[in-house]
Design a protein around this ligand. Structure first.
Ligand SMILES: Nc1ncnc2c1ncn2[C@@H]1O[C@H](COP(=O)(O)OP(=O)(O)O)[C@@H](O)[C@H]1O
Ligand SMILES: [Mg+2]
Length: 360
């Protein structure tokens, strides 16, 4: 199948400062791909390079089977939405939506039809005669999205479109963007530093650090089988707990040993990839149970520092071996600061990393 977007051996450098070394990625038609990573890792640079807004040092860009490396942004068949809405303040919503189409010389009836379709999709019908100053932040961002949609192209690029909105609006608009993708069925490449947006929106997430894709996989794969310590620590809130130690394979069952803790690894799903030596064990807060002893799991005995009720569940923070751990339990929990906790590790759910941080 032909890719909707192909980035081939992309290199971007400012003088001798290389931001992206040699990056390749293929994005399938109709795919919702999220570029996720901390601020400064090169997400916007990559997106702008796809859009043609960024000079590239080396490599090629293909969109819908066509080499667009040297094409102007307007000729690449893309629509782009930025974090800053960048609406024309003196124009009504209708004029903001139609401006690009009028410049491109589309017939009036076609422009009107496209505005009607877009306004209805984004619930802007009643706002068409208002100016941006008469809209809320969420409404302005809808108009900004609408301005990309009216172009009716196959590929949409979003650069942190929800970052300027408050939490409630952000959640609402996130759901709308997902609906939009389900109904339009076009290719979307969406940049964010917010892991919740990435996990909820993406078909696949490309998680980046220092201009390098660390893992490209489905949200579930990235969450449950992070490729390295960076991905493991970046995805999940509270973050995955880590225990330093070593893997011993002297006996018939491999064992993880750390700080007096011994865990039988015979249930580890990737047993054949295990080798002896220094290792880090990772366990997500929901796979550490405050009643783990009752289930016969390996346990760590800690002292509770903070209890955070979240409504549906509770996060219990505790100290063990000089480190802070978090465990998540359904409903309310009968713990108070200072009380002892026997947290059990679900050894079927652990992740193991070698001395270089790569997943075993
Ligand atoms: N004009 C520039 N000159 C030099 N370095 C730049 C320039 N623009 C961006 N950078 C660097 O490129 C890196 C990636 O930036 P960016 O793509 O904006 O990151 P992100 O969108 O992931 O936050 C950063 O380290 C930034 O400092
Ligand atoms: Mg950015």
């Amino acid at each position: 199948m032909q890719s909707a977007v192909s980035v081939k051996d992309l290199k971007i450098a400012y003088g001798d400062h290389t931001v992206i070394e040699k990056l390749s990625i293929d994005i399938a038609p109709r795919e919702f791909l999220v570029l996720l990573g901390p601020s400064g890792c090169g997400k916007s640079t990559l997106l702008n390079a796809i859009a043609g807004l960024q000079d590239i040092t080396d490599g090629e860009m293909w969109i819908s089977g066509k080499n667009v490396t040297w094409d102007e942004p307007k000729d690449r068949g893309i629509g782009m939405v930025f974090q800053s809405y960048a609406l024309y303040p003196r124009m009504t919503v209708r004029k903001n939506l139609s401006f690009g189409l009028r410049v491109a010389g589309l017939p009036k009836t076609e422009i009107e039809a496209r505005i009607a379709r877009t306004a209805s999709l984004l619930h802007l019908d009643k706002l068409l005669e208002r100016r941006p100053s008469e809209l809320s932040g969420g409404q302005r961002q809808r108009v900004a999205i609408g301005r990309a949609l009216v172009r009716e192209v196959d590929v949409f690029l979003f650069d942190e479109p929800l970052s300027n909105l408050d939490a409630k609006l952000r959640n609402e608009l996130r759901v709308e963007i997902k609906k939009l993708h389900q109904s339009l069925g076009n290719t979307m490449i969406y940049v964010t530093h917010d892991q919740v947006e990435a996990l909820t929106l993406a078909d696949r997430i490309a998680i980046m650090k220092d201009g390098v894709i660390q893992q490209l996989a489905t949200p579930s794969e990235i969450y449950h089988h992070p490729a390295n310590l960076f991905v493991a620590g970046f995805i999940g809130a509270p973050a995955m707990n880590f225990i330093e130690g070593r893997i011993a394979v002297e006996t018939s069952t491999p064992i993880f040993e750390g700080d007096g803790l011994q865990i039988d690894l015979s249930g580890y799903p990737f047993l054949t990839s295990i080798k002896a030596g220094p290792a880090t064990l990772g366990i997500r807060p929901e796979h550490l149970a405050p009643d783990g002893a009752a289930r016969g799991w390996p346990t760590i005995l800690g002292t509770v520092s903070v209890v955070e009720p979240m409504g549906a569940d509770t996060v219990i923070w505790f100290d063990w071996g000089g480190e802070t751990f978090s465990c998540r339990t359904m409903g309310d929990a009968a713990f108070t600061p200072g009380s002892r906790i026997t947290a059990g590790l679900d050894s079927a759910k652990i992740s193991l990393f070698d001395a270089h941080g790569a997943r075993l």
